[in-house]
Unconditional design. Structure first.
Length: 144
């Protein structure tokens, strides 16, 4: 299978996982903010839930990454932490400073961060080269 086709299949699977997850989380975000929870705290709660619920789907189905659970989980969290920080900065700038509606800002931000996270997961989190860098040498490589 060509690399382009393989990436397209991965992106399609990632989009399915992301659309379902983000739709549920956006509704939760609207419910939480509607109940009076602040927009940054609501986004934080949704981010934590989103990371936990999507890790296994993306690891096993989207990227078919059967290697080191611990290493990929740490890279996944690091990637999402970077996205969280970006999201928080966007909310501070566009909602708190520029006074734009938080619903619209968060909706657009979800889409932009989804693209960022797909690339990060493909290139770093679930990359087979990441697994090779952390795996112990094979038994025959230790022989002289």
């Amino acid at each position: 299978m060509s690399s382009r086709r393989h990436t397209l299949i991965q992106f399609s699977r990632y989009a399915i996982v992301g659309l379902i997850s983000n739709a549920m989380l956006f509704v939760l975000y609207l419910v939480l903010t509607g109940l009076g929870l602040g927009h940054k705290l609501s986004m934080t709660a949704c981010f934590i839930i989103g990371v936990i619920q999507t890790f296994l789907f993306n690891k096993n189905w989207t990227f078919s990454y059967g290697f080191d659970f611990g290493g990929s989980f740490l890279r996944y969290w690091a990637g999402y932490l970077s996205a969280y920080i970006i999201n928080l900065i966007i909310l501070f700038v566009f909602v708190d400073y520029m006074q734009l509606p938080h619903q619209a800002v968060q909706g657009v931000t979800i889409i932009l961060l989804a693209l960022y996270l797909f690339l990060l997961q493909k290139i770093w989190v679930f990359s087979h080269s990441s697994q090779r860098e952390q795996s112990p040498p094979a038994a025959n490589e230790n022989s002289l």
